[in-house]
Design a protein around this ligand. Structure first.
Ligand SMILES: Cc1cc2nc3c(=O)[nH]c(=O)nc-3n(C[C@H](O)[C@H](O)[C@H](O)COP(=O)(O)OP(=O)(O)OC[C@H]3O[C@@H](n4cnc5c(N)ncnc54)[C@H](O)[C@@H]3O)c2cc1C
Length: 603
């Protein structure tokens, strides 16, 4: 093992976004020696892009809010496939995690009397998102970093993990490389926390950053852990669509929360046309009522633009397909119209949505205070991930924990906006706490040298094929096919075609070649990312084929209705003995009567 750089810690956290940082802070505070690894520079993890806010029933703006309402909103949003226990823990603990962040220095926007300001967001009954303008993720990362650095974390920036190391059944570390020099590193640890984020880069149009290649999902799967809910990929309804260079960049739901409305090319506000039965009682029945809701009228119900993301995305798609779309294949999102209601609307919009104002001005030369934006769906969030114990966040592989977007359970079939940042805090904290406990009882294990040699051989293979096809063409072909065949609307024939093409791409990826040396070789990095991208793409497709109904973010044109039988289980995926993808229908854990009662009461 002499040729590898070696590191030993109690807890190894892979990923330095909100979940990873929160886990690292907790483990470190519990006395563990913690290593924090990030594919990008510290401070650049995807969480930094989060805009709208953190959902927590603080009841600072509307005193009717409490954890029960948040629990029930989250379950309804997830179409009741969520882990009820995770939804409970999340709703109960999110307020404490937000206040703790404030105590560590996060400066949230305030109400006139000095409490944390909370905004409206899709699927949340009351204004619930604590925010910092449209830069909430930046404030969260900055605060957690400041706090964590003082606890003495060992940070490994621009290091990428390519395989988890095991001793028997237990995970005891990880093997990876540093991007700068291309040197290999062995990290030994008593416990490993995966906090690697999502999978958006498997699709062509996405709001996700380059890091979102599904590494954590793939690392866990190949290490023998189960993944769950992998068919549920969230397509956010509002991404930029023009000019082409910015296609997919997110337009925050906060725009609709502040009164923005969706219109088709005829200027018609089409979201009133189709309100799902689960939401009829909570949705405004006139434009007037919807506007009053956005302005804080407690007697008004929310406008249909704030229905769940899956539904809004499909309504947009319907308008486009039926010929009522905008010039570049989307619809119009209009916040400028509020000048009819507010005298100083331009100032109001710039104050409430500063990032959106600058984003459109700088990237598309559009002044959103004066004219509507053109928007369309973009791949945004992965509900599926590593299956974990709700309380401890440990996967079914001992010593391997997961939190944040690469974990599963809280969101079920669809995530509500704002529930990710709170997920990172609540379950990042829990993962850190339980990983530290596990590491205390299970010190670092013995690494098998043959496992390292095999990981190294595999990682260096692209250099043996210097003159063959490069990795980018394969990556782009995969993104195109996932977008076209396993995207927002799915049918069996297309998904079977997708599986066939993924099989071909896997063969091409095995032969993919790169040139040059190992120092900052982005071609090499992309070649290594292909393993994760292809693994998660196949799993998403197989799970989507298996769910023969439409629910939440998963819409089947050949099975357009919800089927009660499919509401009784999660689809769990494991790697079979011959490397094949095994699917299991795992019954939902029974929900205690008191939680069923909460859901009934909040209907
Ligand atoms: C534009 C945008 C706006 C959003 N706004 C909101 C919002 O307002 N509210 C909300 O709740 N949610 C929002 N979301 C979703 C939310 O931001 C993400 O779900 C969340 O930040 C994910 O955090 P994470 O800690 O799980 O992962 P990340 O923050 O993505 O961190 C992942 C980390 O893992 C590292 N990593 C990945 N693979 C490897 C590897 N192989 N080796 C080593 N390191 C690795 C990365 O470098 C990174 O450090 C938004 C998402 C987007 C795209």
């Amino acid at each position: 093992m002499a040729e590898y750089l070696q590191h030993e810690h109690d807890v190894l956290v892979i990923g330095a976004g909100g979940a990873g940082l929160r886990a690292a802070v907790e483990a470190s505070a519990a006395g563990s020696r913690v290593a924090l690894i990030s594919k990008s520079l510290l401070g650049k993890a995807h969480t930094v892009m989060a805009e709208g806010g953190i959902a927590a029933a603080l009841a600072d703006v509307d005193d009717r809010d409490n954890w029960r309402v948040h629990f029930s909103d989250t379950m309804r949003g997830g179409q009741y496939l969520n882990s009820w226990r995770m939804a409970e823990l999340h709703a109960r603990e999110a307020p404490a995690r937000v206040r703790e962040l404030e105590a560590w220095g996060a400066l949230f926007d305030r109400t006139a009397d000095g409490r944390i300001l909370q905004r409206n967001f899709g699927g949340h009954r009351y204004p619930r998102l604590a925010h910092v303008g449209a830069r909430t993720g930046l404030e969260m990362i900055r605060t957690l970093q400041d706090h964590g650095i003082h606890l003495g974390l060992d940070v490994f920036m621009e290091h990428t993990i390519v395989v988890l190391l095991k001793e028997g059944e237990r995970v005891i570390g990880a093997f990876g490389y540093d991007r700068e020099r291309g040197r290999f590193h062995v990290f030994r640890a008593g416990a490993v926390v995966l906090a690697t984020g999502g999978i958006g880069r498997a699709f062509k149009i996405t709001s996700n950053s380059w890091e979102y290649t599904g590494d954590g999902h793939s690392l866990a799967y190949h290490a023998g852990a189960s993944l769950m809910d992998m068919e549920f990929v969230q397509f956010h309804p509002t991404g930029m669509i023009w000019p082409p260079s910015v296609r997919g960049i997110l337009v925050t739901e906060g725009v609709r929360g502040e009164g923005g409305v969706l219109r088709n090319k005829d200027g018609r506000r089409f979201m009133f046309d189709d309100i799902p039965p689960l939401y009829v009682n909570q949705t405004a029945n006139s434009e007037e009522e919807g506007w009053r809701y956005t302005q804080g009228d407690k007697n008004a119900r929310r406008p249909p633009e704030l229905l769940t993301r899956d539904h809004v995305a499909r309504c947009i798609r319907r308008e486009v397909r039926e010929g009522r779309g905008s010039p570049h294949g989307g619809v119009f999102l209009d916040i400028a119209w509020i000048k009819e209601r507010i005298p100083n609307s331009a100032e109001y919009i710039k104050k409430k949505l500063p990032s959106m104002y600058h984003q459109f001005k700088q990237l598309a030369d559009i002044d959103i205070t004066q004219v509507p934006m053109e928007v369309g769906p973009t791949t945004h969030y992965m509900m599926g991930g590593v299956r974990v114990d709700p309380d401890s966040q440990m996967s079914d592989v001992p010593g391997l924990f997961a939190a944040g977007e690469c974990g599963a359970g809280l969101h079920g079939a669809n995530r509500l906006g704002g529930n990710s940042l709170s997920d990172l805090l609540v379950f990042g904290q829990r993962a850190g706490e339980y990983a530290a406990k596990f590491a205390k009882q299970n010190p670092a294990g013995q690494v098998n040298p043959e496992a390292l040699a095999s990981a190294e051989r595999r990682a260096l293979k692209p250099f043996d094929h210097e003159n063959s096809e490069g990795p980018y063409a394969i990556q782009h072909a995969l993104q195109d096919l996932m977008q076209d065949l396993v995207g927002i609307v799915r049918v069996e024939a297309e998904m079977l075609q997708a599986l066939e093409r993924i099989r071909e791409l896997k063969a091409r990826a095995e032969r993919a070649g790169v040139q040059g040396n190992r120092e900052y070789n982005t071609g090499w990095h992309t070649a290594l990312d292909l393993t994760s991208l292809l693994t998660v793409s196949e799993i998403i497709t197989r799970a989507a084929l298996d769910r023969k109904e439409s629910r939440g973010a998963h819409f089947r044109d050949d099975f357009p209705d919800k089927d009660a039988a499919y509401g009784k289980f999660n689809i769990v995926v494991r790697k079979g003995p011959d490397g094949e993808v095994q699917l299991i229908h795992e019954p939902l854990p029974p929900m205690p009567p008191e939680f069923q009662q909460i859901i009934e009461e909040m209907k």
